[in-house]
Design a protein around this ligand. Structure first.
Ligand code: NAP
Ligand code: 8YV
Length: 320
């Protein structure tokens, strides 16, 4: 911990946020860097009573146990829109405030989804590897699958899903989607499909952008993958937990689906080794929101929530 005046509001930081963001936070808050502390329980018995906030992210979350170790805790401020690793039931039970950073990353995450769709079906990464290997002068490169005009099934037509749909329309694609309920404000020509297996059967690309957590765990299972079929692709910019990864690897190995574009994995940063040898998959290290512009916008909204709570007791983007 850096030396700071003790009158500043104190925060427990669950994991290393971006160095620039930490530097900005530390101008106004006293930060306890949780990930550098060997025995957090012992540390918090000594220092926990003064800590009023948890600064975290969609990666580091906040457990019920940690909340219980902080008797003065008021708010959990999270960087990122997905908050699946934050125990929301525990936060509600303890009367805590929770914020995330929705809205500001929709464009970049949607851009990444479209990039994965194109990359995997037009074999862009594979073709790049082919040229670099020096093989072009001696042999030709095979054909890909057309994307324009195909059927785009979106699982989770929320903020990001809508941006994916708009982009897919730009490629002349027909959009259908599955949510728990039809969106009354969605364009009428976006077809709502109440049954996920049916949506898979009727999609050439099944794009996942639902929240993670227990409610969506393994919603993409062997049955959905079988319904998707041999000519169709799965694209995941949601959370790795949404897909039964073992079933996905088996479906790819057996040729039951055409390929996969994956930004997220069930046990990040571990990726099933079986995928490394497959040319019909594109694998990204959870970078869908990873542009300078969007990460800055996320940091700004994170700080607005943090200051909003500690200056005015008001979150800009509360989770509930
Ligand atoms: P959002 O606006 O809340 O949209 C979520 C959508 O999912 C809603 O349309 C919701 O509709 C649907 N949904 C929720 N639970 C469902 C369920 N059990 N079954 C079917 N549909 C369900 O959220 P968003 O801002 O678009 O973000 C979506 C998720 O994307 C985030 O939670 C995060 O996990 C992920 N994400 C990933 C990255 C990345 O870097 N790869 C970046 C940003 C976000 P109903 O409520 O009607 O079901
Ligand atoms: C972030 C994300 O990279 O917003 C989300 O839900 O998955 C990404 O934008 C992540 O939350 C930061 O840890």
């Amino acid at each position: 911990m850096t030396t700071q005046p003790t009158s500043l509001p104190e925060l427990w930081m669950a994991g290393p946020l971006a160095p620039d963001l930490i530097a900005q936070i530390e101008t106004r808050y006293r930060v306890h860097r949780g990930w550098t502390i060997d025995d957090p329980a012992a540390y918090l018995r000594e220092h926990g009573a003064a800590i009023r906030g948890i600064a975290t992210s969609g990666r580091f979350g906040a457990t019920r146990e940690r909340m219980a170790q902080l008797p003065a805790l008021e708010a959990i401020i999270s960087y990122g829109v997905g908050y699946d690793p934050i125990d929301i039931d525990a936060a509600k039970a303890l009367g805590l405030q929770v914020s995330n950073t929705p809205g500001v990353l929709d464009d970049c995450v949607a851009d990444t989804a479209l990039a994965l769709m194109l990359a995997v079906s037009r074999r862009i990464c594979e073709a790049d590897r082919f040229v670099r290997s020096g093989a072009w002068p001696t042999t030709g490169f095979g054909l890909g699958q057309r994307m324009s005009g195909k059927r785009c099934g979106i699982v989770g037509l929320g903020n990001i899903g809508l941006q994916i749909a708009r982009r897919a329309e730009g490629f002349g694609m027909q959009v259908a989607y599955h949510n728990r309920r039809a969106r009354p404000d969605a364009p009428a020509h976006y077809r709502y499909v109440a049954d996920l297996v049916t949506l898979a059967r009727e999609s050439d690309y099944l794009v996942l952008v639902v929240p993670g957590g227990a409610a969506t765990r393994h919603m993409i299972d062997a049955e959905v993958l079988a319904a998707l079929g041999q000519q169709a692709y799965i694209i995941n910019v949601a959370r790795g937990t949404v897909v039964d990864e073992t079933a996905l690897v088996e479906a790819l190995q057996a040729g039951r689906i055409a390929g996969a574009g994956l930004d997220v994995f069930e046990h990040e940063p571990q990726v099933p080794e079986a995928l490394f040898a497959m040319d019909n998959v594109v694998l990204l290290p959870h970078i869908a929101s990873g542009t300078h512009e969007t990460r800055q916008a996320m940091a700004d909204l994170f700080l607005a929530n943090l200051d909003g709570w500690f200056d005015e007791r008001r979150l800009v983007t509360p989770v509930f």
